[in-house]
Every structure is written in structure tokens, then in C-alpha cells.
Design a protein around this ligand. Structure first.
Ligand SMILES: Cc1cc2nc3c(=O)[nH]c(=O)nc-3n(C[C@H](O)[C@H](O)[C@H](O)COP(=O)(O)OP(=O)(O)OC[C@H]3O[C@@H](n4cnc5c(N)ncnc54)[C@H](O)[C@@H]3O)c2cc1C
Length: 325
């Protein structure tokens, strides 16, 4: 419970919300679906700004990629036809897996999931990192500046202590969001670059039951060119884990031939990649899963995810070149 909450603001304009969030004298935070925030035991929070009327709930695409508004709910992401077809559907799949209860998914938003960070334990975060997604954030700032007009030969009117109100927008890679995000910055949207046609993705998870939090999850996205792995992303996540990129597998596979014959995947190569990566994969231990359980389960998951993604990439390559018809 937010015991010291004294102000509730229902903003209708983005600029109003930014000015409220930029206040230094009253600790003010954004309120999205409230599923995480309203249960927090934090006596420092004095005010919340409700974001529901800011037109930030949207899913759209253009030639460069997808734009997902911060107030889009997990349920809308899971149901979206656009997302089911984008990047082998790993965003829709991971949004569905992020919370097993439909009631939660109907309230919980994309912005709230990223704002809660590792505490959200959301599968979606892993998939966003695998797709090199970026978070667009904006802050409203108020700064005291001293203005001096004119030149040294012809001095103008000098004004000291002028308050400058401005906006500042930047993009933060999802991978480093929890480190780089500053207080007072509002998440506006997430941009996901469109993967090229010759690519495939996969998302897999392991939990105590299908509806439980992921003990471990993996998202992979790979691109092929001239029958070789061109760009590989393999990310692990799950309970008590920030997204963890396994670069040893990526380095091992990039530049190597994907298949022995035109359409049969080289599975031996994937096994070699797993062996090359094992020393780099050091997941945490906690009460539900030990580090060694996660290592073994993780390498199996990664193998299956890479196999699935590579098969999709091969198939898409055949179809786009007209040979699959
Ligand atoms: C019963 C229950 C079960 C849950 N189960 C799961 C689960 O299985 N998996 C899971 O991943 N999560 C779970 N959660 C946690 C929660 O649902 C998620 O973390 C959720 O995604 C939070 O989204 P929200 O929109 O409700 O955010 P809020 O609670 O409104 O906000 C979360 C945080 O993000 C900040 N924030 C919100 N929007 C923005 C924005 N636009 N810009 C900047 N900061 C922002 C808020 O200030 C706050 O710090 C559960 C919660 C409950 C109550």
C-alpha cells in the first residue's frame, strides 16, 4: 500500500504529466495498470499520475518496424494479429506467458512491465531484448538559467534566474533499460525493428507448471544470408533474472553455414555451439531453481529454440526465393 499518497492526478495531456513527474519537491510516479504499483509498500511515493487518457495504447507498424504504445495491455499484445505475424510471433507469445491470469493481462501494460523492471519477472522483456527493441522515453525538465543578451560591444538585457521549461526525448535499448532509465522519465512507446525476411525467431520457457512464472525462458532471433548465420541473438530471462545475452553462442554461429544440404539443418553445429557457451552461462540460484538446474535446462531450451528459429529461417528463405512452391 502507498500509505503516504496524497495526490492523484488524472492527466489529459502529455505535457501536464511530464511537468508533474518532473517535480522535485513531491515524489510523483506514473500509474499505468496499477497491478504492481498499488501493491508496493513504499512510503516515499506522494503522488501518482494516471496515464490512461494520454492516447498511449496502440499497436502500429511501418516499413521500419513496430510501434507499441506504453499503455498497451499485455492482453492486447497477446491478441494482436500484427504481433502474431511479426518475428515468428514471439512478442505475442511472450506477452501471453507474462501473466497467466487474463484479469492481470487486461490491466497490466507494456510501460508498467518495463517500469517494474526485474520485479515484473515478465517473459515479454526477454523477447523484446532478443529483437533489439528500444524504449522511447520523454522527460519534462525545469532548469534555472542566466540569460545574457547582446554582444560584448553592445550588451543587451541580462536576466538571471530564468526558469526554462523543456522536453527531452531519448531512446534506450531494452537490454539496458533498467540501468539507463532515470526517475521522472515517462515511457512513451517501444519500437521494435522489423526483422529481415530471411530470419526466424523462437520463444520457450520452463516453469513448475504452464501457468507459473518462468524459472527460465529463452528468446532467439536469427538472420541468415547466403546459407550462413548472419546475425544471432540468444537471450535468457526468468524469475529473479535480468535478460542475459549469451554472446558465446552468437559468436560461434555467426558466419557459419546453417545447413549441410539445401534444407536440412546442421544439428551437430548447434550442439557444438552449446558446448562453446556453457562456461559463459552463469544464471543465479534461488529457492525454486539452482544455478546448475538453470544451466542444464537453459542449454536444452537454447538448443530447441535455435533449432526452431533456424528451421523457420530456412523455410522462409525457400519461400521468398520461390523454391518452396
Ligand atoms: C496478482 C498479481 C499477479 C502478477 N503476476 C505476474 C506475472 O505472472 N508475471 C508478471 O510479469 N507480472 C506479474 N505481476 C506484476 C505486474 O502485473 C506486472 O509487473 C505488470 O506488467 C505491471 O504493469 P502495470 O501496467 O500494472 O504497471 P503499474 O503497476 O501501473 O506500474 C509498474 C511500475 O512501472 C511504472 N510505470 C508504469 N507506466 C510507466 C510509464 N509509461 N513510464 C514510466 N514508468 C511507468 C510505475 O510507476 C511503477 O513503478 C502480477 C501482479 C499481480 C497483482
Amino acid at each position: 500500500m502507498l500509505q503516504k499518497l496524497v495526490e492523484y492526478h488524472w492527466s489529459e495531456h502529455l505535457d501536464d504529466a511530464l511537468l508533474l513527474l518532473g517535480r522535485l519537491d513531491v515524489k510523483t510516479v506514473p500509474l499505468a495498470g496499477g497491478t504492481y504499483l498499488l501493491g508496493l509498500d513504499d512510503d516515499s511515493i506522494q503522488a501518482v499520475v494516471d496515464l490512461r487518457d494520454l492516447d498511449l495504447a496502440y499497436i502500429s507498424d511501418d516499413t521500419r518496424g513496430l510501434h507499441l504504445g506504453a499503455m498497451t495491455t499485455l492482453q492486447s499484445l497477446a491478441e494482436s494479429t500484427l504481433l502474431k505475424e511479426f518475428a515468428s510471433g514471439i512478442l505475442a507469445e511472450s506477452a501471453l506467458a507474462s501473466a497467466s491470469s487474463r484479469l492481470i493481462r487486461n490491466c497490466a501494460t507494456l510501460g508498467g512491465t518495463l517500469g517494474a523492471g526485474a520485479a515484473s519477472q515478465a517473459d515479454l522483456w526477454t523477447a523484446l531484448v532478443a529483437l533489439d527493441a528500444e524504449v522511447v522515453v520523454r522527460s519534462g525538465s525545469k532548469t534555472q538559467v542566466n540569460l545574457s543578451g547582446g554582444t560584448s560591444e553592445r550588451p543587451g538585457l541580462a536576466l538571471s534566474g530564468v526558469v526554462y521549461k523543456g522536453k527531452y526525448e531519448r531512446r534506450i535499448p531494452c537490454a539496458s533499460f533498467s540501468l539507463d532509465h532515470r526517475p521522472g522519465e515517462l515511457i512513451l512507446e517501444v519500437f521494435v525493428p522489423r526483422p529481415p525476411i530471411n530470419s526466424g525467431g523462437s520463444f520457450m520457457r520452463v516453469g513448475r507448471s504452464a501457468s507459473d512464472l518462468s524459472l527460465l525462458n529463452v528468446a532467439t532471433q536469427l538472420e541468415v544470408e547466403d546459407g550462413k548465420y548472419k546475425r544471432v541473438r540468444l537471450i535468457f530471462g526468468g524469475r529473479n533474472m535480468e535478460p542475459l545475452r549469451l554472446q558465446a553462442i552468437e559468436r560461434f554461429l555467426e558466419g557459419r553455414a546453417l545447413a549441410r544440404s539445401a534444407d536440412t539443418l546442421d544439428r551437430q553445429l548447434l550442439s557444438q555451439a552449446m558446448r562453446a557457451a556453457i562456461s559463459e552461462f552463469r544464471p543465479p540460484s534461488d529457492i525454486l531453481a539452482s544455478n546448475s538446474y538453470r544451466r542444464v535446462a537453459g542449454l536444452n531450451l537454447a538448443y530447441r529454440a535455435l533449432e526452431e528459429a533456424a528451421n523457420i529461417a530456412i523455410w522462409r528463405g525457400l519461400v521468398s526465393s520461390g523454391r518452396g512452391a
